[in-house]
Design a protein around this ligand. Structure first.
Ligand SMILES: NC(=O)c1ccc[n+]([C@@H]2O[C@H](COP(=O)([O-])OP(=O)(O)OC[C@H]3O[C@@H](n4cnc5c(N)ncnc54)[C@H](OP(=O)(O)O)[C@@H]3O)[C@@H](O)[C@H]2O)c1
Length: 273
C-alpha cells in the first residue's frame, strides 16, 4: 500500500465508506486504514465486505463490515447506529456506493430510472443526513461524495448523469447549511477509472466506455489510487478551508470529452429565414 500521505494521518478516526468492499471504495478504505483510520465498509453484499475486511486486517488495518442498502431508509439508520456502536463515533463519510447501467435514453424504463436515482442521489442524501443527525451535528466531520464526469451531460447514462448532477448540487447546499457545525462537504468527479466497476458493464458498452480513454490529456484510464488520493486530501485537515467544491479527477476529460460526437444526418434541415 503506497500512499502520498503521512503515517498516522487518520489515527483514531472512523470513516464510513459506502461501497467500500470493491473497486474505488476498497482502495479508499485500504489507504485510510493504512493511515490509521478504523474503516466501516458499508454495502449490500456481505461476502464482498468480509473479503475486504480480511484484506485490510491482513495489511494491519482496522475494518468492519456493516450491511447497508442506501436505497432503504431503515438500512441507512441501522448502518449508522451500528457504526457508532462499534467505534463510538464517526469522523468521515465517503458516499462512494452507487451504480448504473448503460442504455440509450429512450430505452430506460421507469423502474431502471428510479433505481439509479434512488441509489446515487437519494441514497447519498439520506446517508449524509443520518450521519449528520447522529454525529456531525455535535462534532463536525467531513463528507466526500463520489460523483462522475457529467459536465457535458452523460449520453447513454442519462439517469446517472441526472443523479450525479443532483449530488453535485447537494454538495453545495450541505456545505453551506452545515458549515456552522464544522462539517465540510466536497465531491470528487472521476473520469473513466480502471476499476472492478468497469467489469460489470455489458461488453457491448464496455468497449464504448473504454474508448473514452482517448478523450483525456493522458490518453489512458485513471487508477483507483488517483481517485483515492483526491478523496483523502479533501477529507483530511489540510483541506480545512475547502468545502462545497467538486474536484475533477479526469485529466481534463470534462473540458474536452466528445463522448458522443455528432453523426452525419439529414434530420435537422437548415432554416433559411
Ligand atoms: N469506475 C469508474 O470509471 C467510475 C467513474 C465515475 C464514477 N464512478 C463511481 O464510483 C463509485 C465506485 O465505483 P467502482 O468503479 O469502484 O465500482 P464498483 O466496484 O461497482 O463499486 C460500487 C459499489 O457500490 C456499492 N453499492 C451499489 N449499490 C448500493 C446500494 N444500494 N447500497 C449500498 N452500496 C451500494 C456496491 O456494493 P454492493 O453491491 O455490495 O452493494 C459496490 O461496492 C460508484 O458510485 C461509481 O458509479 C466510477
Amino acid at each position: 500500500m503506497n500512499t502520498a500521505f503521512k503515517p498516522g494521518l487518520f489515527e483514531g478516526k472512523t470513516a464510513i465508506i459506502t461501497g467500500g468492499g470493491t473497486g474505488i471504495g476498497l482502495r479508499i478504505a485500504r489507504e485510510m486504514a493504512h493511515l490509521g483510520a478504523t474503516v466501516i465498509l458499508a454495502s449490500r453484499k456481505m461476502e464482498n465486505l468480509l473479503t475486504a475486511v480480511d484484506l485490510i486486517t491482513s495489511e494491519g488495518g482496522k475494518a468492519h463490515a456493516v450491511e447497508c442498502n442506501i436505497r432503504q431508509e431503515e438500512s441507512i439508520k441501522a448502518c449508522v447506529a451500528k457504526t457508532i456502536e462499534l467505534t463510538g463515533k464517526i469522523d468521515y463519510l465517503v458516499n462512494n456506493g452507487g451504480g448504473q447501467f448503460p442504455s440509450p435514453a429512450e430505452l430506460i424504463s421507469p423502474k431502471g430510472w428510479h433505481a439509479v436515482i434512488e441509489t446515487n442521489l437519494t441514497g447519498t442524501f439520506f446517508m449524509s443526513q443520518e450521519v449528520f443527525k447522529k454525529q456531525f451535528v455535535n462534532t463536525g466531520g467531513s463528507i466526500v461524495n463520489i460523483i462522475a464526469n457529467m459536465r457535458n451531460g452523460f449520453p447513454i447514462m442519462a439517469h446517472t448523469g441526472a443523479a450525479r448532477a443532483g449530488v453535485e448540487n447537494i454538495t453545495k447546499s450541505l456545505a453551506t447549511e452545515w458549515g456552522k457545525y464544522g462539517v465540510r462537504v466536497n465531491a470528487v468527479a472521476p473520469g473513466v477509472i480502471k476499476s472492478s466497476g468497469l467489469d460489470r458493464y455489458d461488453p457491448a458498452y464496455k468497449d464504448f466506455i473504454l474508448s473514452f480513454a482517448k478523450n483525456n490529456q493522458t490518453t489512458r484510464l485513471g487508477t483507483e489510487a488517483e481517485v483515492s488520493s483526491a478523496v483523502l486530501f479533501l477529507l483530511c485537515p489540510a483541506a480545512s478551508y475547502i468545502s462545497g467544491v467538486t474536484l475533477a479527477v479526469d485529466a481534463a476529460e470534462s473540458l474536452y470529452s466528445p463522448v458522443m460526437p455528432p453523426v452525419a444526418n439529414n434530420a435537422n434541415p437548415a432554416y433559411e429565414g
